[in-house]
Design a protein around this ligand. Structure first.
Ligand code: AR6
Length: 171
């Protein structure tokens, strides 16, 4: 147990090779746009079938915000997809702890399934509206404070602005 090495990658998370790839899902677990759409498209129907089975067996009301759960990774270059539900950004309410929980819970699930290398997107920083700089601060701060058997976390950033925000907080 300890703190993982952190690397930043500019690119598409569905191209990554890792033991586990984290999906920025929603509580339905039944797919959506952004990372979620890309993961289901590239990973194939096996992932959705596993999500449906989880809905039926454990998460009839959906997966709560800040939680994480693992499925097969289908055709992705990974063993597992870890689906986590980020909070929708709010100016009225501080939901930072829920966003931090996504990273902590995803690493806890990674430990449970024995994943040593994990690729994360910038959870909540797309459709859910979180300002990128703050999303990066929470992501890096939480992973740095983790005590996990995961040895390498890569943050896979889609564009230059996201990459720059993460690079600032890694320094
Ligand atoms: N690889 C890496 N990063 C990506 C990719 C990709 N293929 N596609 C988008 N991003 P988002 P959220 C970036 O919207 O904000 C879905 O409908 C994107 O530019 O995927 O947590 C779910 O079902 C942004 O920086 O996730 C939920 O309903 C970051 O990944 C909702 O969106 C996250 O953007 C979740 O919204």
């Amino acid at each position: 147990m300890g703190t993982p090495d952190i690397v930043l990658v500019r690119g598409d998370i569905t191209d990554q090779h890792a033991d586990a790839i984290v999906n920025a899902a929603n509580s339905s677990l039944l797919g959506g746009g952004g990372v979620d759409g890309a993961i289901h498209r590239r990973g194939g129907p096996e992932i959705l079938a596993a999500c449906r089975a989880l809905r039926a067996s454990h998460y009839g009301k959906g997966l709560a915000t800040g939680r994480a759960v693992a499925t097969t990774a289908g055709r992705l270059h990974a063993e597992h997809v870890i689906h986590t539900v980020g909070p929708v950004f709010s100016r009225e309410e501080d939901r930072s702890e829920l966003l931090a929980s996504c990273y902590r819970e995803s690493l806890r699930v990674a430990d449970e399934v024995g994943a040593r290398t994990v690729a994360f997107p910038a959870v909540s920083a797309g459709i859910y509206g979180w300002p990128m700089d703050d999303a990066a601060r929470i992501a890096i701060g939480t992973v740095r404070a983790a005590d996990t058997s995961v040895t390498r976390v890569s943050f896979v950033l889609f564009d230059e602005q996201a990459y720059a925000a993460f690079a600032t907080h890694l320094d």
